[in-house]
Design a protein around this ligand. Structure first.
Ligand code: HEM
Length: 399
């Protein structure tokens, strides 16, 4: 019998409770969604196999894809508009189309490039904390810091005016709100995209030596493709990290011994960031929607061409076959083989940047505010249990 899907988290520190039983049962279990049946991938080895393999497509236009637009409910104009929205949005493209974009962008996000960005990120973190502490000894960490820092970083990188952050943050939230009406989500997508199309027109007219300027002068992308790239980077570049920063701060405050060890040995922060990414797996299955493009056997299960798959990242990252004591939070674990950034050709392009942002944000926060404490109950934090990307809605703190 197929398992009803999706299921939700009920605790800030654990994936949905159903995952453990499913993982015990099999590496692939049948799931029943409102759009039909899919395979749910529960274990780490099979998750990597699917994400790395060429036997699956991530393109929602491939027949059987679980995120295919519901064209039966769409007008021909809406179908054409949806197609246009996918141009340059290369997370939804398969090789070789995907490879063309990835090759153009990879040099912008290397370890070396991100190392050069670190002083700027550090300055922003310090300025945000200066502003927060200048207002008194209490504040709200999600808006003032968690969301602000990655938004500022990606705005600077893309040349998007930060003054417009309310606009693109609210539209992004709508886009990734799995429970929201399909039309409202599409219209939020359309609004950000047309905003960026205007920005790209200016960039193409007078390119500077920044990320979009370099892509524009290379002559390898059309203005429409460049808009799609800017759109993907803007959306992927702030919402994920923004959820991770407050959730990580909350987790460390709940584990004071481990936080104390990090304060004593700041060299431990990179490993702590990996553990926070593994432990929370905030993206879970949302980005891991695939469809088989050929018949194949995965974990002893025949998956047929046209069958949809969701890889449960949060389950794979708690798989006892891949991690010892997977439910323990251990900042010294150093388990970089987690799949919180995915695996294979679509593995997060911004992962080095995300790591730097998380490390700087958390280290600076706890260094500057040694007395930081949460001033609300867990219920008051607005935990995003039913949302596509997990995190806290608000985190009132004092220091
Ligand atoms: C904690 C923060 C982040 C997490 C957990 C995260 C997670 C992910 C995951 C799971 C994927 C893989 C999707 C798939 O397999 O289809 C992905 C892809 C991607 N991410 Fe991130 N991400 C984070 C931060 C960032 C940042 C800061 C940026 C950009 C500045 C970024 C840009 C991208 C892009 C462009 C892709 C698509 C890559 C491709 O299809 O080749 N991400 N991310």
């Amino acid at each position: 019998m197929a398992e009803s899907f999706p299921v939700h988290r009920t605790c800030p520190f654990a994936p949905p409770p159903e995952y453990e039983g499913w993982r015990d049962q099999a590496p692939l279990v049948r799931g029943e969604t409102s759009r039909g049946e899919v395979w749910l991938v529960t274990r780490h080895a099979e998750a990597q196999q699917i994400l790395a393999g060429t036997g699956f497509s991530t393109d929602p236009r491939t027949p059987g894809h679980p995120s295919a637009p519901d064209t039966a409910t769409m007008t021909p104009e809406e179908i054409a508009a949806a197609h246009q929205l996918s141009v340059g949005f290369f997370i939804d493209h398969d090789p070789p189309e995907h490879t063309r974009f990835r090759r153009l962008l990879i040099s912008e996000f290397t370890v070396r490039r991100v190392r050069e960005m670190r002083p700027g990120i550090q300055r922003l973190a310090d300025e945000l904390l200066d502003d927060m502490t200048a207002k008194g000894d209490e504040g709200e960490l999600v808006e003032a810091y968690g969301l602000a820092l990655p938004s500022l970083v990606i705005c600077r990188l893309l040349g998007v005016p930060y003054a417009d952050h309310d606009f693109f943050q609210s539209r992004t939230r709508m886009m990734v709100d799995a429970g929201a009406d399909e039309r409202a989500r599409r219209s939020a997508t359309y609004e950000i995209r047309s905003y960026l199309a205007d920005l790209v027109t200016d960039v193409v007219a007078a390119p500077e030596d920044d990320l979009l300027g370099r892509l524009a002068t290379g002559g390898k992308l059309t203005a429409e493709e460049l808009t799609g790239v800017a759109f993907l980077l803007l959306v992927a570049g702030h919402e994920t990290t923004a959820n991770m920063i407050p959730l990580s701060a909350y987790t460390l405050l709940r584990n004071p011994d481990q936080l104390a060890a990090l304060r004593e040995n700041p060299g431990g922060w990179p490993a702590a960031v990996e553990e926070l990414l593994r432990y929370h797996s905030i993206v879970d299955w949302v980005a891991f929607d695939r469809v088989a493009v050929e018949d194949q056997e995965i974990g002893g299960q025949l998956v047929r061409k046209g069958e949809g798959v969701y890889v449960l990242g949060a389950s794979a990252n708690r798989d006892e076959r891949a991690f010892e004591r997977p439910d323990d939070f251990d900042v010294q674990r150093g388990a970089r083989h987690h799949v919180a950034f995915g695996y294979g050709v679509h593995q997060c392009l911004g992962q080095n940047l995300a790591r730097a942002e998380l490390e700087i944000a958390l280290r600076t926060l706890f260094e500057r505010l040694p007395g930081l404490r949460v001033t609300a109950t867990e219920e008051e934090l607005g935990l995003k249990y039913g949302k596509a990307i997990f995190g806290l809605t608000r985190m009132p703190v004092a220091w």
